[in-house]
Design a binder for this molecule. Structure first.
Ligand SMILES: Cc1cc2nc3c(=O)[nH]c(=O)nc-3n(C[C@H](O)[C@H](O)[C@H](O)COP(=O)(O)OP(=O)(O)OC[C@H]3O[C@@H](n4cnc5c(N)ncnc54)[C@H](O)[C@@H]3O)c2cc1C
Length: 574
């Protein structure tokens, strides 16, 4: 293809010279520019049907921070021989691992952090999207709709809460409400069930907070809510229960290839061999592809900030609501870099406001700032003006992993035959993972069979991962019974979330072996309430030390090096 016209347009618009090169899979860009947003915008200008953009335009004067890697160095995995090595313990990697355990295979999942769900899968809205925003057929639509349809079943099997309570996109103009008929038609064509437009009276009944300005709403009943990190953990635990090995604090740092195949995978815990490698590395998926000499797409990190509201705050809505397009923004509806977010009622009954979407050069920059806070609060409180800034008890950022084509890449590499990419998994990745994980397991199994490896069903596969006990949900009789069996379930440690010592002990002794304060928080919510761990964190740290038989100074908040107590200042004889 001749890119001369685009190169000239780039020069005119951004004052930048771009060099372009092509091969059968990709368009490669190089040059220099002094603004990251411009670099991303330029990359998008070269998106061409059937090819990926690899954007090597450098940001002038920018020194990329080194990637966060585990402190641990040992040879625990050295010499291991695996049928499948999965790189990345987000929802993609963990769901793929669990689906692969349906077969009798030796499966290793490696995650560079000290727990799973530490990338985007641990910092997102947990909305199981209906898919109403997607205009054209693409993998996001295919797997989003398919994933949504099976969510209830998957969560039942894995003992994770899932609430299918729908979403309302609010209209304040009758013209927009009329135009939304097109969205309903498209949703029906895409197989999204039950999408309809509701009138002023119906929306005022469903959500009284918007009755003063709403003339109607688009209602998508299939939208649901899940705790994304609890589902990721449940997938990983079920994979382990069915025979997979999960190695945490383990980063893939290189690969060796021969005859168009990955032969060795190098980690900080030794070098392993693998018949097949699955790349589920989120924002690092293009870097992992590069390690195998297979760089044909680029990830451009896009940060999103969410604000968490006090669940007890007055003025929160009953439903998940977001402001629909206005007359000014209607042409952009569904084509932006975020699904628009809103005021979201999470699976745990909390409220999230957000996210926004900011292109950033650093893949691991999960910082928050007042600008994002103000933008998110300003934008999303429009749909619920009764919200107050003082109701925000925490905020966090996650980083999405889009490609320039803004679609998932789920395929076996055309160049490295035993490498499967699960890349570009931006939103709706949480929604889509249960569906694409099944297909990825199929791609891996087909490949292994094609090279003569027997892939037999795992007769011992058990899809059920028991739901953890939650004392606060039990009726008096069941709670009494449980406390009689184990008095620790009668001792409340996290007062905000009503989490007992018994639950914390079980969380510490989880199947993945994660014994950190944040690991406990992700599993049982201790520290997630209004005080954000102010009261319970020292007790949780102490429980970890006792359960694991280590000194309190060895207990970490999260990854290695995040020790909470750094030394003793007094000794009390007991
Ligand atoms: C703010 C925000 C809101 C969102 N809201 C929603 C939503 O409401 N609904 C929805 O469906 N989707 C949503 N998404 C998208 C969703 O979170 C992602 O699509 C999904 O979590 C991606 O999962 P993943 O497993 O592919 O990537 P990740 O969760 O990022 O996991 C990748 C993992 O790979 C590991 N890794 C990377 N490199 C290496 C290496 N070399 N060696 C070992 N490990 C490595 C990382 O540490 C990481 O844990 C949102 C995303 C963001 C950021």
């Amino acid at each position: 293809m001749n890119f001369d016209k685009i190169v000239k347009r780039v020069k005119k618009q951004f004052g930048t010279d771009v060099a372009v090169r092509e091969d059968e899979r990709s368009v490669f860009l190089s040059g220099e520019c002094d603004n990251w947003a411009d670099i991303v915008a330029i990359g998008k200008m070269f998106v061409t049907e059937g090819k990926h953009v690899v954007n090597d335009i450098a940001l002038k004067g920018y020194l990329c921070k080194p990637e966060r890697l585990p402190q641990l160095q040992d040879d625990a995995l050295d010499g291991g021989d695996w049928d499948v090595v999965i790189i990345g313990g987000g929802i993609s990697g963990c769901a793929v691992a669990r689906e692969l355990t349906r077969y009798k295979l030796r499966i290793l999942l490696v995650e560079k952090h000290s727990d799973v769900a530490r990338g985007a899968s641990g910092a997102n809205n947990g909305m199981v999207h209906a898919g109403i925003d997607l205009k054209r057929p693409c993998l996001k639509l295919k797997y989003g709709v398919a994933g949504n349809a099976i969510y209830g079943d998957v969560c039942r099997e894995l003992g994770v809460d899932f609430r299918r309570s729908g979403q309302y996109v609010i209209f304040d103009s009758k013209l927009i409400r009329f135009l939304a008929k097109g969205t309903v038609k498209r949703a029906t064509k895409h197989g999204i069930p039950g999408v309809r437009i509701i009138g002023k009276k119906e929306i005022a009944e469903a959500e009284p907070r918007v009755k003063d300005f709403a003339v109607g709403a688009l209602y998508a009943p299939s939208t649901g809510y899940v705790s994304p990190y609890q589902l990721t953990i449940a997938y990983a635990e079920n994979a382990v229960q069915n025979g997979a090995t999960v190695s945490l604090d383990t980063a893939v740092v290189g690969m060796e290839t021969a005859d168009g195949k990955v032969t060795l995978v190098k980690t900080n815990r030794g070098t392993v061999s693998a018949r097949c490698v699955v790349n589920c590395a989120g924002v690092f998926a293009d870097k992992v592809a590069e390690m195998a000499g297979d760089r044909y797409f680029s990830i451009h990190p896009r940060r999103g900030t969410d604000l968490m509201l006090d669940p007890k705050a007055e003025g929160t809505p009953v439903q998940t609501i977001s402001m629909g397009p206005t007359l000014k923004s209607v042409s952009k509806f569904g084509s932006g870099s975020t699904k628009g977010g809103g005021v979201i009622r999470t699976a745990d009954g909390n409220y999230l406001l957000g996210p926004d979407a900011v292109e950033i050069p650093d893949r691991e920059d999960t910082s928050t700032n007042s600008q994002s806070f103000d933008n998110v609060f300003g934008k999303h409180s429009q749909v619920c003006p009764t919200l107050r800034r003082g109701d925000v008890i925490a905020y966090f950022s996650g980083v999405r992993a889009p490609t320039y084509e803004e679609d998932f890449i789920i395929e076996r590499s055309a160049k490295v035959s035993n490498l499967v990419h699960v890349a570009g998994i931006q939103s709706p990745g949480i929604t889509a993972a249960p569906a694409f994980a099944k297909d990825v397991a199929g791609i891996v199994a087909d490949y292994l069979v094609s090279v003569g490896i027997a892939v037999l069903p795992n007769e011992n596969f058990d899809p059920i991962r028991p739901r953890p006990v939650r004392t606060r949900e039990l009726d008096d009789e069941s709670r009494d019974k449980l406390i009689k069996q184990d008095p620790d379930f009668g001792k409340i440690v996290c007062r905000c979330e009503q989490i007992s010592l018994g639950e914390i002990k079980r969380a510490v002794n989880n199947p993945l072996g994660v014994a950190t304060v944040d690991g406990v928080k992700r599993r049982v919510r201790a520290g997630m309430g209004r005080c954000q761990g102010g009261f319970c964190m020292p007790i949780v740290a102490d429980v970890i030390a006792r359960e694991k038989g280590v000194d309190i100074t060895e207990v970490t908040k999260d990854d290695g090096g995040s020790n909470i107590v750094i030394g003793r200042i007094k000794e009390v004889r007991q």
